[in-house]
Design a protein around this ligand. Structure first.
Ligand SMILES: [Cu+2]
Length: 273
């Protein structure tokens, strides 16, 4: 019974005040910040209840067998070898349960697969060991790297191993199409509160989407073992108001336009044409 009570406590706690970062001894999910994650949490809760009910049913059956059919209580065992009705039931009922799980599961899988009417696009490129982001909507040459902050670079209130020097900025209540790929080995772009986890594979572009419904900073980490510093390429997404986003776009055009920088390399290329 104790595990079942612990499980129930988990379900009850799932919905309560987690930040957008992992917490010590956290059992449930982070607070959902997108419609996809809300549905994932709901689906998970339904599944846990199904697990609890099935487990209790099996425990009760086990108890009955232990107490009623042990050698002392039942010295002369029956010779019965099978029962057709029971065999049909224990085949058909699990099939019904599995189908009942599969239908909402597949529906959710397709819902989270691709954005309907995406309002903007961001591209994330995994590299050993940081992420590069592109914003094709605001300029073909807008691109920046997001590198983890070392411990000595952190300021008060920042999280170890989770902060990057540059954040992905997106407007709230906006459907964002996310394109993910990689330059060297496989990485995975993840924000738990968004319900997004998608592999970045060299030579291939994967798609995901999110529509953040809350403003704030959301944290994730690379989720595909990619080498020695896999643990040191976190992901930060800052969700801001639409007005603040427009301001950020102006800033980004100034700051991140790669063509703005007349590096010697660019000058050499320009002169050689
Ligand atoms: Cu990695």
């Amino acid at each position: 019974m104790a595990p079942a009570i612990a499980l129930l406590a988990t379900i009850v706690l799932t919905g309560i005040g987690h930040a957008q970062v992992p917490e010590e001894w956290q059992l449930g999910f982070q607070d959902p910040a997108t419609p996809v994650m809300e549905r994932l949490v709901d689906f998970n809760n339904i599944l846990i209840w199904m697990c609890v009910i099935i487990s209790l049913f099996v425990f009760v059956l086990l108890g009955i067998i232990i107490f009623k059919f042990n050698r002392k209580a039942n010295p002369v065992p029956t010779k019965r070898s099978h029962n057709t009705l029971i065999e049909v039931l224990w085949t058909v009922i699990p099939v019904i349960i599995l189908v009942a799980i599969a239908v909402p599961s597949l529906r959710l899988l397709y819902y989270q697969d691709r954005a309907v009417d995406a309002e903007m696009t961001i591209k994330a490129i995994g590299k050993q060991w940081y992420w590069t982001y592109e914003y094709p909507d605001i300029g073909e040459d807008i691109s920046f790297d997001a590198v983890m902050l070392e411990e000595e670079e952190l300021t008060e209130g920042q999280y170890r191993l989770l902060e990057t020097d540059t954040r992905v900025v997106v407007p709230v209540d906006t459907t964002v199409r996310l394109l993910v790929t990689a330059d060297d080995v496989i990485h995975a772009w993840t924000i738990p509160a968004f319900g997004v986890k998608v592999d970045g594979i060299p030579g291939r572009v994967n798609e995901a989407w999110f529509k953040a419904t809350k403003e704030g900073v959301f944290y994730g980490q690379c989720s595909e073992l990619c080498g020695a510093y896999h643990a040191f390429m976190p992901i930060n997404v800052e969700v801001v108001s639409k007005e603040a986003y427009i301001e950020w776009v102006d800033f980004a055009r100034e700051e991140y336009a790669q063509n703005n920088q007349d590096t010697p390399q660019n000058l050499i290329l320009a002169n050689s044409r």
